[in-house]
Every structure is written in structure tokens, then in C-alpha cells.
Design a protein around this ligand. Structure first.
Ligand SMILES: *Cc1c(COP(=O)(O)O)cnc(C)c1O
Length: 376
């Protein structure tokens, strides 16, 4: 938790549940990433946190943006981003959303299939397009399975077709899965992309960009590799495969830029046991899966907690949200322990919740209001 967030919580004690996010920390994270990968252009993945103060700060720093929808394209434009700095990176788009983005000046689009490529040729004629390939997600705590990307052979065919359709066959992309803690995943993906890149160049395609996607991890309960280490692994792999003829490099960080800038402040609603002698207490908070902590599904992302009793003895707990839905249980199997002194009414902080929380909050499930947000 940054000093600014902790001061804000102390001085204002805003109603819970809420997210408090330090926008200076976003700028620091952006700078750290730029330092670790100076050769890469940064396209912030807007979906991680699209709040106007975050986007505005990143515009001021010269960031580019990766938008998942036309609505996100609009948010970037409203924050002052030049259309030339926006990439429409979702491989699943309505044709009229492509046309709308194109009419606002967006000229860079992702695809991973022939029907999508044909949509682009109709709705965004002549635009820069890049093909997303399937790569392994091993090591990612929030993997993306096979939903996005295509096989290398198919990508080769589609890039040739892109040129035939009058599009600018600009590059290749991949995503190694979010919260990727294994640098080998980037190396393997780069090797795969580089082979195809070389092959396409030899086939006469004017391919010149490699988009390494997102995945850069944030520290939650467990240690993760430093961003410098990841940057080194990436640049070593890039020079191994491309030598001095490095292509343009794009990265699309989401979680890394905003994750550790934010803290959710929540209240304990109830501490109970299923039997008097049950060692495990159930701790119910006023935020759960439907209040925005969607990434606790499968206990994938393991957030760290702060309580007012952290000096005291702890015991095992199951942590759950406040709604009448049994899937609204955050952690049952991940060996969470919380202080024995914890009681209803206590405020707890859920750390590093700046990414993938506010926008995952349901509208009014069980009547609860969407998560409040404070940008400081
Ligand atoms: C979600 C997403 C990102 C951001 O991923 P992080 O793991 O948050 O860095 C980047 N690129 C694409 C295409 C995405 O879908």
C-alpha cells in the first residue's frame, strides 16, 4: 500500500467497500516498465482499469493504449489519446464497432481468423493489422486457454491474405496469460513468433512488428520475478532470434501498471464457525466475487490482506463475500489465516487490487452497489 493510499484511508475513512488508487504509483509502474524494456512501445491494456484519472495520467506520460471494445476506444479519446496511439486489440469485434473505431481514426487492429480479417478489410480498409498466434500459457495464474490466437500455419495464410485484401500486414502478437510468473513463457512465445516472422518476410510480406502482449506480474501473496529480470529475458530472446534486425516491439501491460497502485478497503460483516469446536472461522466481508473480486474464481489470484490486528495470533479462515450465492466464496483451499481478534465492524484492506476489480463488479447483484472508486 502506498503512503498516499494509507493517508487517504486514515484521514477520510471512505465508506466501504471501495477502491483507493494512487495515480502516482501508476506513473512509477509505467516508468519501471519503460526502463525494463526501453525498446518497446507501451500500449496500456485499458480493460485492467479504465478510470479517467488513470488514462489521463498515462496520456500525459506518452503511453499508447490497447482497447478491447469501441467503448474503450472512446474512453481513450476522451482522456486525450491520439487515435494513432490506440490499438483495437480484441480479436472478436462487431463489424460496426470496427467501422466506428476506424471513423474516429484508429488504424491498428488485431485478428486471429479469416472472417475477422474480412470484416477488417471492409470496415477498416488499408489499416494496420496484426495476427495473434496461440502460445503456451504455462506459468500464468490467470491463463487464457485457447480462446484467442490461431495456429502458426493459419496465421501465415491469413497474413498473406491480409495483403491481398489491401490491408497492411503489420505484425504478429501473442499473450502468454495474465499474472505470468515464468520468464520461459515469453522466451518460448518469442521463438514461435520469430520463426513465423522470418518466414513471412521471406515470402515478401512487409511484416515489421511483434506484439508481446501482457502478463507482467504483480506481487500478491507470493514473490514474483522482478520486471527487470523479465525485461532481460525478453530482450535476450529477441536478439537471439532477430539479431540486429529487431522488429518494432509492442507490449500491452494491464495488471502491472495499475495492480499494486490500488487497495480495496472492506468491512468485516460477520465472523462465525460452523460448529463451536470448528477451528476454521468463516469471515464474511462486504465485498466478494460479485463486488469485483472476480479473479478469485478457482482461487486463481491470491490477494494479501491487512487487518487492524496483524500483530496478534492468527487462525485458519475461509473468506467469503456478502451475497446469497455459494460461489461468492473467495478462499477455502488456499490456507488463508487471519487474526483471532478479527471481528465484525473491523476494516480490512485487500492489497494490490488496482487491476481487474472495479470493472468486474456486478451492477446490483443482491442489491449491493457497484464498487466505489477514489483516485488520489
Ligand atoms: C488482457 C490483455 C492484456 C493485459 O494483460 P495483463 O496480464 O493484465 O498484462 C494485454 N493484451 C491483451 C490482448 C489482453 O487481452
Amino acid at each position: 500500500m502506498t503512503p498516499k493510499v494509507s493517508r487517504y484511508l486514515r484521514d477520510f475513512a471512505p465508506a466501504t467497500p471501495c477502491l483507493v488508487l494512487d495515480v502516482d504509483r501508476v506513473a512509477e509502474n509505467y516508468a519501471r516498465l519503460h526502463e525494463a524494456l526501453p525498446a518497446a512501445r507501451i500500449y496500456y491494456a485499458v480493460k485492467a482499469n479504465p478510470a479517467a484519472p488513470v488514462l489521463g495520467r498515462l496520456v500525459a506520460l506518452g503511453s499508447s493504449f490497447d482497447a478491447a471494445s469501441y467503448e474503450e476506444v472512446e474512453m481513450c479519446l476522451e482522456a486525450g489519446a491520439e487515435p494513432a496511439r490506440i490499438s483495437y486489440g480484441n480479436t472478436i469485434k462487431k463489424e460496426r464497432a470496427i467501422a466506428a473505431a476506424f471513423s474516429r481514426g484508429v488504424r491498428m487492429f488485431a485478428f486471429d481468423s479469416e472472417p475477422e480479417l474480412r470484416k477488417l478489410s471492409r470496415a477498416a480498409p488499408g489499416a494496420r493489422v496484426y495476427c495473434r498466434i496461440l502460445v503456451g500459457n504455462v506459468g500464468a495464474e490467470w491463463p487464457l486457454s485457447k480462446k484467442f490466437g490461431c495456429e502458426v500455419e493459419e496465421a501465415r495464410r491469413l497474413m498473406l491474405l491480409a495483403e491481398e485484401l489491401g490491408l497492411d500486414a503489420y505484425g504478429l502478437s501473442f499473450h502468454v496469460g495474465s499474472q505470468q510468473t515464468n520468464t520461459e513463457a515469453y522466451k518460448a512465445a518469442i521463438a514461435k513468433a520469430a520463426m513465423l516472422f522470418t518466414d513471412l518476410s521471406q515470402a515478401g510480406v512487409n511484416v515489421r512488428m511483434v506484439n508481446l502482449g501482457g502478463g507482467y506480474p504483480v506481487r500478491y501473496r507470493a514473490e514474483v520475478p522482478e520486471i527487470g529480470e523479465i525485461g532481460e529475458a525478453i530482450m535476450t530472446a529477441m536478439t537471439d532470434h532477430f539479431g540486429n534486425a529487431l522488429p518494432e516491439i509492442v507490449i500491452e501491460p494491464g495488471r502491472f501498471v495499475v495492480g499494486d497502485a490500488g487497495v480495496v478497503s472492506a468491512e468485516v460483516v460477520l465472523v462465525s464457525r460452523k460448529a463451536q469446536d470448528d477451528p476454521v472461522r468463516w469471515v464474511y466481508l462486504d465485498i466478494g466475487r460479485f463486488g469485483g473480486l472476480a479473479e478469485t474464481e478457482g482461487e486463481a489470484i491470491k490477494y494479501a490482506f491487512r487487518t487492524p490486528h496483524d500483530d496478534g495470533d492468527t487462525g485458519p479462515v475461509t473468506i467469503a463475500g456478502p451475497t446469497c450465492d455459494s460461489t461468492d466464496t473467495l478462499y477455502e483451499r488456499s490456507n488463508y489465516r487471519l487474526p483471532l481478534a478479527l471481528e465484525e465492524g473491523d476494516r480490512v484492506e485487500i492489497l494490490a487490487t488496482g487491476a481487474y476489480v472495479t470493472t468486474y463488479a456486478s451492477q446490483r447483484f443482491n442489491g449491493f452497489a457497484p464498487l466505489a472508486e477514489h483516485y488520489v
